[in-house]
Design a protein around this ligand. Structure first.
Ligand code: CMC
Length: 431
């Protein structure tokens, strides 16, 4: 028999029976859709207890610290797979065969070029513009270049959009950096792997050959895997909500980037490094921990805490290990920021405040140290997150539009404003 819950009312109104749905894993959900017909909505600011969709892409168990993409544990994917396979997996639901992988990689590497006129879009920005501002603008502008022949309800069209976006976003990110630096744009190289090509577009110049360090390219590829998807977080929900109206997918991905940029979301990796730089020395850690605990101070320990993970962020453990590998490869094990980060983690994890609130390092805590060691400037950190998350965003957008039950997203509200009143002409409103 299907499980239901019965909602009863203290004022004697008739009870309402609501169906309970069970997924493969995770907490069961109460389907509250029938409530509207009874004159009620639920109220859940910040969506702390609300499932917004069915999804078969990513599963997170925040209590156990588990993250699966399409059923595969993140650890297995991070150490045994590569980002191209993971993109394929997120989009198609299965790992590719060798032939499928080859075709996918070929398709991605043949879509990396941007429309030639898009260079003009970059040139319209100030040189000092934050790379995320440029990425949001340029990705949104892609809707002006790739709008024709785009039918969101045609699965082939959606697949080609997904390929284009995964292929072109590294070019957009690297060019945002090049524009900042005042250096010429470097064109993609199809012979290179996804991560190597990104490094090439970031660091090559017309004056010098650039050979990506294989250890760093592997680490970058792994970081891309760790950031590829994370179920219905703020930016993914933004993409879904924007896309639910049938909007152009490039514009939807740009809206996801805008949401990601916030310091409580993808902007945290940049904020972590700025915080570590400000700390400057392990002797200052105590002062920062005190500030993080002081409710009259808005400061938070960046890179700590997560809405879902209340035990450990499984991505953080992988990224810490990757951090050791990268610093070893570059002979930078004594990196001062890394030493401060390790000590800060140790102190915070022993502190009652952080223990009680289940605040652990998240994925952003160590990623910035790796990026910086690779020579990637702090202002590009969130751009790298956006680059990697594009795969998840397009997979979620594609899944939403493939779902026959999908409808335009339209949350309700609890109105707490003024009751009806009559308009007062300006001359009667006082000085
Ligand atoms: N430093 C100090 N106190 C914190 C922190 C922190 N980083 N994070 C949460 N708290 C406290 C918070 O003040 C609150 O305390 P109290 O119960 O006394 O009022 C309690 O912990 C619960 O916090 P919350 O804000 O209700 O938790 P949330 O689930 O709404 O927010 C979060 C999650 C990630 C936004 C938050 O932990 C945070 O601001 N962390 C720092 C920013 C960060 O590292 N973000 C990256 C997240 S991982 C990458 C991604 O997925 O985007």
């Amino acid at each position: 028999m299907k499980k239901t819950v019965t909602l009863t009312f203290s004022d004697g109104s008739p009870p309402i029976e609501l169906p309970v749905e069970e997924g493969t894993y995770g907490k069961p959900v109460i389907d509250i859709r029938p409530l509207g017909a009874h004159g009620y909505f639920t109220h859940d600011p910040g969506f702390t207890a609300t499932s917004s969709c069915n999804s078969a892409i990513t599963y997170i168990d925040g209590d156990e610290g588990l993250l699966y993409y399409r059923g595969y544990p993140i650890e297995e994917l991070a150490y045994q797979s590569d980002y191209m396979e993971v993109c394929y997996l997120l989009l198609h639901g299965e790992l590719p065969t060798a032939t499928q992988k080859q075709a996918f990689v070929e398709s991605i590497s043949h879509h990396t070029l941007l429309h030639d006129q898009m260079e003009n879009v970059f040139r319209g920005f100030r040189r000092s513009a934050h790379p995320m501002a440029v990425m949001i603008g340029v990705t949104g502008a892609m809707s002006a270049f790739y709008h024709a022949g785009l039918d969101n309800f045609n699965p082939q069209h959606r697949e080609s959009v997904a390929h284009r976006l995964i292929a072109k976003i590294p070019t957009v990110a690297a060019w945002a950096y090049k524009f900042n630096e005042g250096q010429p744009f470097v064109y993609p190289q199809n012979r290179l792997s996804y991560a190597e090509n990104f490094m090439h577009m970031m660091f090559a110049t017309p004056c010098e050959d650039y050979e990506p360090n294989p250890a760093l390219a592997r680490a970058l590829d792994r970081i891309f895997i760790l950031h590829a998807d994370h179920e219905q977080n703020a930016s993914t929900s933004t993409v879904r909500l924007a896309g639910s109206s049938g909007a152009n997918p490039y514009a939807c991905i740009a809206s996801g980037m805008a949401s990601l940029w916030g310091p409580l979301h993808g902007g945290a990796n940049e904020a972590v490094l700025r915080m570590l730089e400000e700390m400057d020395d392990v002797s200052k850690i105590g002062e920062f921990i005190r500030r993080a605990k002081d409710k009259s101070d808005p400061f938070r320990l960046m890179g700590f805490g997560h809405r879902i993970y209340k035990n450990v962020d499984p991505r953080a453990a992988i990224i810490r290990r990757t951090c050791y590998e990268v610093l070893d490869a570059l002979d930078l094990r004594d990196d001062p920021q890394f030493r401060i980060a390790l000590e800060l983690e140790r102190i915070a994890l022993e502190d009652e405040y952080f223990i009680e609130r289940k605040l652990y390092p998240n994925v952003d805590f160590y990623s910035g140290i790796i990026f910086r060691a690779m020579g990637i400037p702090t202002s590009m950190f969130t751009a790298l997150f956006a680059l990697a998350r594009t795969a998840g965003w397009v997979a979620q957008w594609h899944e939403m539009l493939s779902d026959p039950a999908h409808r335009i997203g339209r949350p309700r509200q609890l109105y707490t404003g003024a009751a009806r009143r009559s308009f007062v002409p300006l001359e009667q409103r006082g000085a």
